[in-house]
Design a protein around this ligand. Structure first.
Ligand code: ADP
Ligand code: MG
Length: 248
């Protein structure tokens, strides 16, 4: 069997005695698309924080391509090929779409390279491909700040792809998007899977259904259940934790 791309083994994260993650184990295979759902406070964002090195687990293992990531800085983990999109898209509002993508593809080492327009041809070609792919080519010279919320989300995703990560982590990528933008985002993410391993955290169940990927349900920092959305949705344990949330 192929080697897992990412293996989280019995990870716990304690914030002053409160366990945001509790003996969490999740394995991702190369090229896999995985949806993660769960009520507010389930530990979804903390799970990404552990993978990206923002939060250090109190115990457990995090292995990427067979090597431990524990103790590595966020920068080092990003360089190893793990990219993340935060809940609020991070783009440079005062730069145009093209420049945003160029900087993502070939990060500026200093203020001078930030100002200069010299971009290697291979980077330029890659950036144009990605820009067309997310439908932003007509906006190449538009300031990122002038884009719609949906277009900013795509720019943020495109910026991630421009960094060529093997593992792409998306935290609530369709929050605040229109239905049409949400549908397009689902198509985009399905296209990315295969070439990349993609983890998507989302509340929007229509969107999760569109992704048509295995679903992991988190609750109180642990895996409650895993499976196809249709099965997971009808699982009494899952219904109970979501009902508990809507009543509170
Ligand atoms: P989700 O993304 O599933 O809504 P989070 O991972 O953000 O959940 O949070 C899980 C739990 O851990 C929540 O109860 C949250 O309040 C708590 N938590 C997250 N980060 C911290 C922190 N830095 N300090 C203390 N508690 C935190
Ligand atoms: Mg969250």
């Amino acid at each position: 069997m192929a080697q897992p791309l990412l293996e989280i083994q019995d990870v716990s994260v304690s914030f002053d005695g409160f366990f945001a993650l509790k003996d969490l184990s999740i394995t991702l295979m190369p090229g896999e698309l995985r949806s993660i759902i769960g009520p507010n406070g389930a530990g979804k964002t903390t799970f990404l924080d552990v993978i990206t090195g923002k939060v250090r687990p109190s115990k457990g293992g995090v292995q990427f391509k067979g090597s431990s990531l524990i103790g590595f800085s966020e920068q080092k983990i990003a360089r190893l090929g793990i990219g993340r999109k935060f809940q609020t898209p991070r783009v440079y509002d005062n730069l145009d779409v093209l420049r945003n993508l160029e900087l993502a593809a070939a990060p500026a080492k200093n203020a001078f390279s930030l100002m200069s327009n010299k971009v290697p041809t291979d980077v330029r070609d890659r950036v144009h491909t990605i820009m067309s792919y997310v439908g932003l080519a007509p906006y190449a010279r538009s300031l990122a700040g002038s884009l719609s919320h949906g277009q900013k989300q795509w720019l943020a995703i495109a910026s991630l792809v421009a960094q060529s990560p093997e593992l792409i982590l998306l935290d609530e990528p369709v929050a605040g998007l229109t239905d049409e933008e949400t549908n397009r985002t689902a198509e985009l993410i399905k296209d990315l899977a295969g070439d990349h391993t993609v983890v998507v955290i989302e509340h929007d169940m229509e969107f999760i259904r569109d992704l048509n990927a295995p679903v992991t349900v988190l609750h109180q920092g642990s895996v409650l259940t895993e499976g196809r959305l249709e099965d997971v949705k009808n699982d009494p344990k899952v219904i109970e934790v979501y009902l508990g949330q809507s009543q509170s």
